[in-house]
Write a protein that binds this ligand. Structure first.
Ligand code: NDP
Length: 387
């Protein structure tokens, strides 16, 4: 029987909701490109419920306990002596979400003698030391595509919020004010701007597709070019590197995984080559940007705005400078954890568990590390080097 250790974010301050703003979720037929939605044998939840918090348990308890397995769920994850740290020693499976990552360091993986499977309920497994997972034969899997469109929607929202100066204008309303000049003195139209994405994978391409109708000029850089018909359809300009792309852009959005090639990419040097007053949106991973370089660029006006939802570490400390820097549109790490996304990645997590517990193969597109090497989606996304 397996012990499954699940690290989830805290419940809402007022407790787990008893009702929701909407009665159902739209029905999707599949993902763009044809990948099928998660297909577990059954669901232990009603789609639309809050599943990513401790009481939501990703809807897994009944399924696991009915089969005699143990499920431990906690949000207490960071300190030595935390529930996660204590329970890890004999856990067979660890599940966590990138929004509230259980950092599976090399030291923790070495200590977790029973650990065989680490599941990311979502996308992005950089909170797992993949080299250590490879060394110790731990399988790493994530629910590829489950929240890609959720993030792409957040990116489009953040771009519009920054360019239109939405958040300060909303704050003026909350404060009882009406000073239109204060609202509009930093407000522009997106139309006609040059917008570029660093990486055109699932999220990056979805962002490009969603922005095309805004009448913008679209740019991208990626390790591989998109098919010529996609470039033609969306009117894309390809750049061989971020360094080549960013001087041409008014808005840059980062949609690449964190690995050694991308870590610290947006530092003082690259930011200095951007147009003065460019906007930078990062929903990928915080450490792709240099924390203090972002603050300096906003203070000097080199960047007109920065938005996203990824921080390091997570949760961000109360004195993290990105909370108080000027002209930002940061949120906690939420873009991939809408109720819609939760339903998909909770179902995908169950699908992965069902396969693993039955000894049948996990879908190739969900695999990051398997059999002591990068595998599936991981062999593709993390081939620039694991971390
Ligand atoms: P994909 O794997 O579909 O796309 C990643 C793309 O990045 C691939 O096209 C890859 O290129 C490209 N890439 C890798 N390295 C580089 C590089 N050095 N320069 C340019 N391009 C590069 O992943 P997704 O689009 O689904 O997700 C992207 C990232 O977004 C995730 O890794 C994760 O960190 C983050 N994310 C954030 C979420 C949130 O809630 N904020 C939720 C989900 C994901 P190629 O394939 O050509 O090798």
């Amino acid at each position: 029987m397996a012990k499954v250790l699940c690290v989830l974010y805290d419940d809402p301050a007022g407790g787990q909701p008893t009702g929701y703003a909407r009665d159902d979720l739209p029905r999707l037929d599949g993902y763009p490109g044809g990948q099928t939605l998660p297909s577990p044998a059954a669901l232990g939840f009603t789609p639309g419920e809050l599943l990513g918090s401790v009481s939501g348990e990703l809807g897994l308890r009944e399924f696991l306990e009915a089969a005699g397995h143990t499920l431990v769920v906690t949000s207490d994850k960071d300190d030595p002596g935390s529930v996660f740290d204590r329970e890890l020693d004999d856990a067979d499976v660890v599940i966590s979400q990138p929004f509230w990552p259980a950092y599976l360091t090399a030291e923790r993986i070495a200590r977790a003698k029973n650990l065989k499977l680490a599941i990311t309920a979502g996308i992005g497994s950089d909170h797992v030391d993949l080299d250590a997972a490879i060394e110790h034969g731990v399988t790493v899997a994530e629910v590829t595509y489950s929240n890609s469109i959720s993030v792409a929607e957040h990116v489009v929202m953040a771009i519009l919020a920054l360019v239109r100066n939405y958040l300060p204008a909303h704050q003026i309303v909350l404060d009882g004010g009406w000073n239109i000049a204060d609202c509009v003195s930093r407000s522009y139209d997106l139309e006609g701007m040059h917008v570029g994405t660093v990486a055109a994978g699932r999220i990056g391409t979805a962002v490009l597709r969603r922005l095309a109708p805004f009448g913008v000029h679209l740019h991208y850089t990626d390790k591989y070019r998109l098919p010529a018909e996609v470039e033609a359809e969306l009117g894309l300009t390809y750049h061989p590197s971020a360094a080549d792309m960013v001087p041409a852009c008014d808005v840059v959005t980062i949609n690449a995984p964190l690995h050694p090639e991308t870590e610290g990419l947006f530092g003082d040097e690259l930011i200095a080559t951007m147009k003065r007053g460019a906007y930078l949106i990062n929903t990928a991973r915080a450490r792709i940007a240099d924390r203090d370089a972002i603050v300096r660029a906003l203070e000097s006006g080199q960047l007109a705005g920065y938005a996203g939802d990824v921080w390091f570490p997570q949760p961000a400390p109360a004195d993290h400078p990105w909370r108080t820097m000027p002209h930002h549109g940061m949120t906690p790490h939420i873009s991939g954890s809408s109720l819609s996304a939760q339903a998909r990645y909770a179902a995908g997590t169950r699908e992965i568990l069902e396969s693993w517990l039955a000894g049948t193969p996990i879908r190739d597109e969900y695999l990051i590390v398997d059999g002591g090497k990068l595998a599936g989606a991981g062999a593709h996304s993390y081939s620039g080097g694991v971390r």
